[in-house]
Structures are given as structure tokens and as C-alpha cells.
Write a protein that binds this ligand. Structure first.
Ligand code: ADP
Length: 255
């Protein structure tokens, strides 16, 4: 049994072995740190809606409660339950993306039709906020995982609508190239300050709580988007000016 210490600076095979053990240990403890942080974030995100639900349910038991309060408390319980439900759905989706073997089920489908249907799904939000959406889509027959890619459009389009003020504008462009497609989702919304740009794809990261806390969200959407795009061998990048607007560009290679 080897009991001495391995000298990392040695140039021979033993040195190389020591170095790779060192890297492996670093990576394992980094994974452990990420896992712990993730569990603590998840617990925290579940805790506050649960506390609200419990608190308002307790209040509802009071027989003398006026009808108006009763309705308001029920509304809080409803929206907190919805929040827990969308959090759970997103966590399940992230777990399915983390599988060791490729989770993608490839199929050929019309990408332009899928994007158009996603826009239609959020019509209620664009109408409510009077945001005009312009859609310019090349016809594209694409091979990829349609159910995961649908999540990409859902997150990018709903974010563009969420983080844009009423009467704003959102543009969605799908361009077909020989070997790849490019999807741009542009908005003239609140924008993202440069110091946050590198972190918005991190799990649970939300910019400036004080500015966004009234906007529903979990901070998981963009991490899902990035994972799905990368599993397809693609790339995503973001351009944004604080207070001016944001553009997300996705490039996906054709198989
Ligand atoms: P969320 O559920 O909070 O929307 P995301 O992971 O989708 O989570 O986005 C992370 C954060 O990035 C958001 O909380 C928001 O601060 C910022 N963000 C995302 N998209 C936009 C956008 N189109 N305009 C401005 N900020 C955005």
C-alpha cells in the first residue's frame, strides 16, 4: 500500500498521475459544492411559498373573516401553488437533461411552425401588456428534440414578454443557413446590466431582486435553455443594454 505523498512537480509518469488525481479531487469537491448549493437553493425556493400557503390557510380558518379577505387569501394560495408547480416541472426537466446518456429523442419537424405555435401560446401575455410581436420565420425542417426545443422558445419568448414594459416590442427571427439555423429573440425591455450578463444562465440566478421580484420566475429558465442548446451542439449568446433591450441569439447546427 502506498503511504507516501505523490510529488506533483515530478515530470515523470508518477508526477502526471499525481496531477490527474489532484484535478479529479478538485473536480469532485467542486461538484459536491455545486450540489450542496443547488439543494440549498431548491429548499429555499420551496420554503417561502410553503410558508405563505400555510400562513394564509391558517388565516382562512377564521369564521369571522370578511369575504374579500377570504378571496384575497385564496388567490395567494393559488398563485403560490402554481409557483411550486412550475418550479417542480422545471426541476424535473433539468434532471432529465442531466442524464448521463443523451436524453435527446431526435425527430424531424418544422421549426418555424413550432415557434409560431409558441408565440400563439403567449398571446394572452402580449395582449395584456399590449406588446407587439413581429415574427419573421424561414421555413425550416429541422432534426432535433422537439419537446426540449419547445422549452427553449417558451423560455426566451416568455422572458422577452415578461421583462418588457407595456407597449413594448418583441421581434422573433428564424434564419435558415445551409448548415445551421439562427434564432433571434429581441426585445426593447428593461435590459440586463453588463455585470449580470455572465451569470444569467446560472441555475436560480435572477437579476436584481428589487427590480424583478414582482415578475414571476424561478431563475431556472435560461439554464434549461442553455443545456438544451448545448446538447444539440449549438450555441447561445446574449447582447443587452441596461434599460434599452436584450437580444438572445441561438445557433443550432443541422444534422
Ligand atoms: P426567470 O424565471 O427569473 O425568468 P431565467 O433563468 O429565465 O429565470 O432568467 C434569469 C434572469 O435573467 C431573470 O430573472 C432576469 O433577471 C434576466 N432576464 C432573462 N431574460 C431577460 C430579458 N429578455 N430581458 C431582461 N432580463 C432578462
Amino acid at each position: 500500500r502506498f503511504t507516501g505523498t505523490l510529488e506533483i512537480n515530478r515530470k515523470d509518469e508518477i508526477g502526471q498521475l499525481a496531477q490527474s488525481f489532484q484535478k479529479m479531487t478538485e473536480r469532485l469537491s467542486e461538484n459536491d459544492r455545486i450540489r450542496k448549493e443547488f439543494i440549498s437553493d431548491v429548499s429555499h425556493d420551496f420554503q417561502s411559498p410553503l410558508l405563505n400557503i400555510k400562513g394564509y390557510a391558517d388565516l382562512l380558518k377564521n369564521d369571522d373573516l370578511p369575504m374579500l379577505d377570504r378571496k384575497n387569501y385564496a388567490t395567494v394560495i393559488q398563485s403560490e401553488t402554481e409557483r411550486l408547480s412550475s418550479l417542480t416541472k422545471q426541476l424535473l426537466l433539468l434532471t432529465s437533461l442531466d442524464q448521463l446518456s443523451s436524453p435527446l429523442h431526435l425527430k424531424s419537424f418544422r421549426m418555424d411552425t413550432q415557434i409560431k405555435e409558441t408565440v400563439r401560446k403567449y398571446r394572452w401575455l402580449s395582449e395584456e401588456k399590449q406588446i407587439s410581436i413581429s415574427v419573421e420565420l424561414d421555413e425550416v425542417e429541422f432534426t432535433g428534440d422537439p419537446s426540449f426545443l419547445e422549452k427553449v422558445w417558451e423560455n426566451l419568448i416568455s422572458n422577452a414578454l415578461k421583462y418588457t414594459s407595456p407597449k413594448g416590442k418583441v421581434d422573433i427571427v428564424l434564419t435558415d443557413y445551409e448548415d445551421r439555423v439562427r434564432i433571434e429573440v429581441r426585445d426593447d425591455g428593461i435590459g440586463i446590466a453588463s455585470e449580470h450578463l455572465s451569470r444569467i444562465f446560472d441555475r436560480f440566478y435572477r437579476v436584481d431582486e428589487s427590480r424583478t421580484w414582482e415578475i414571476e420566475g424561478t431563475g431556472l429558465g435560461l439554464s434549461i435553455v442553455q443545456e438544451v442548446v448545448e446538447l444539440h451542439g449549438g450555441d447561445i449568446h446574449v447582447d443587452s443594454n441596461d434599460g434599452v433591450g436584450t437580444t438572445f441569439t441561438v445557433i443550432l447546427p443541422k444534422l
